[in-house]
Design a protein around this ligand. Structure first.
Ligand SMILES: [Zn+2]
Length: 348
C-alpha cells in the first residue's frame, strides 16, 4: 500500500467535493424540469377543464359573471354599494340605458303613473298589487326578479319559494330535455313570465350568425309553446346585450328582435350567484340590495343553474329583505321599463 501524502489527501477531498457538486447538480438539473413539467401538465388539464366548462351549455354566463365577480372584488366602489357602476365598467362602454327606461315609462304613463298607482293590467290581480301582510312601508320602488339558464334541477325549489311567498318572477329559459318539461309548464301555470334565452346557450353556436340566432329562438319558442300553450315575447341575451362574445355586432341581432316584436331585457342589479367560488346568501342579498336602492325599477339577474344552489338558498332572505324595506316585487310585463345595456332604439 502506497503511503498517502497530505497533498494527495487534500486532492482526493477536492475530487470528492467536485464529484458531489456534479452529482447533485445533475440531479437538480434533471429532477426539477421533470417536476415542473408534471406541474404544468396538471395545470393545462385544469385550465382545459375550465375552458370546456366556460364554453359549454353548463358554463352559461360563467365568463361574464367571472368578470362581474372580479369587478366586485377589485372595485372599492363595490363595497360602498356602487356595484352597478363597477359591473358597467366591466361590460365595456355600454351603459345601463336609463333614458330608454324613462321613455318607456312615459309611453306607459297611462297605466303606470308612479309607484303608488296600480298598473291597469294588474288591477284584478290581488296576488301582486295587494301588499303582503309583511310589507308595512312601501317605498314606491319596483324589483323584478329574473332567473336565467333554467330549467334546472333547482327550478322546482325556486318555484316553491316564490309560491310560498306569493311572488311572481321572470324566467329566461333555454332548451332542455323532456324531463324538464314540467318546469316550463309550472313557470307559466303559476303565473310567472317566461322569456327566451337561446336554445343551446353555447355562445359560439347561438351567436354564430343572424340565422343561427333566429333558428334557436324559433326552436325554443316552439318548445315553450308546445309544452305550455303560451308563446314568449321577451328575450334576454346570453351574456347581456353588451356581451363581448357574439360574432356579429349586437345590432344585427337587435334588428331581428325588433322585426319580430321581441323585447329584450338586461339587468341593473346583480347578485353574483353564478360565481364559481360561491358567495354566501347574505353576500348575494347585500349585492342586490345595494343595487336596487339606487333605482326606481330594478331588474335583478339571478340564475336557475344546475351548478349553483346559492340562488335557492338566498331567495327567501332576499324576498324578506325586499319586503321589509318596502319594495314591490313584480314579474316582467309590458309595463316594465326596458332596461337595456345596448338600447333597442340604437338600431333603425
Ligand atoms: Zn345565461
Amino acid at each position: 500500500m502506497a503511503k498517502i501524502t497530505r497533498a494527495q489527501l487534500a486532492q482526493r477531498k477536492r475530487i470528492d467535493f467536485y464529484k458531489k457538486i456534479i452529482i447533485y447538480g445533475f440531479l437538480v438539473m434533471t429532477i426539477l424540469p421533470i417536476f415542473t413539467s408534471l406541474f404544468l401538465f396538471y395545470r393545462i388539464g385544469q385550465l382545459e377543464k375550465k375552458l370546456d366548462y366556460a364554453l359549454s351549455a353548463e358554463g352559461k354566463d360563467y365568463l361574464t359573471l367571472l368578470s362581474s365577480r372580479d369587478a366586485l372584488l377589485d372595485n372599492p366602489n363595490a363595497k360602498s354599494g356602487v356595484f352597478v357602476d363597477s359591473v358597467k365598467s366591466v361590460l365595456g362602454n355600454a351603459e345601463v340605458d336609463t333614458n330608454s327606461a324613462t321613455s318607456t315609462e312615459k309611453e306607459n304613463a297611462e297605466t303606470v303613473v308612479d309607484g303608488e298607482n296600480v298598473p291597469e293590467s294588474q288591477e284584478g290581480s290581488t296576488d301582486v298589487t295587494q301588499p303582503d301582510a309583511t310589507v308595512t312601508n312601501s317605498n314606491g320602488k319596483r324589483v323584478y326578479l329574473t332567473f336565467d339558464d333554467g330549467p334546472s334541477i333547482y327550478t322546482g325549489q325556486i318555484l316553491d319559494v316564490l309560491k310560498a311567498n306569493n311572488i311572481k318572477a321572470t324566467f329566461f329559459v333555454i332548451g332542455r330535455e323532456e324531463e324538464f318539461y314540467d318546469y316550463y309548464k309550472r313557470i307559466v301555470d303559476e303565473g310567472h313570465t317566461i322569456g327566451m334565452h337561446s336554445y343551446t346557450h353555447v355562445y359560439q353556436d347561438f351567436y354564430a350568425s343572424k340565422e343561427s340566432f333566429a333558428e334557436e329562438l324559433t326552436k325554443l319558442n316552439d318548445l315553450i309553446y308546445n309544452v305550455t300553450g303560451t308563446k314568449s315575447t321577451i328575450f334576454r341575451f346570453p351574456g347581456g346585450s353588451s356581451n363581448s362574445v357574439s360574432s356579429l355586432a349586437v345590432e344585427e341581432y337587435i334588428d331581428y328582435l325588433n322585426e319580430n316584436d321581441i323585447d329584450y331585457y338586461d339587468w341593473n342589479s346583480l347578485s353574483g350567484d353564478a360565481v364559481t367560488n360561491g358567495l354566501s346568501p347574505e353576500q348575494l342579498v347585500n349585492n342586490i340590495m345595494n343595487d336596487v336602492s339606487q333605482n326606481e325599477d330594478s331588474i335583478v339577474l339571478m340564475h336557475d343553474l344546475q351548478t349553483t344552489h346559492t340562488t335557492v338558498e338566498s331567495l327567501q332572505l332576499l324576498i324578506d329583505t325586499l319586503k321589509t324595506e318596502g319594495y314591490e316585487i313584480l314579474p316582467i310585463d309590458e309595463n316594465t321599463p326596458l332596461i337595456q345595456h345596448v338600447s333597442a332604439d340604437s338600431v333603425e
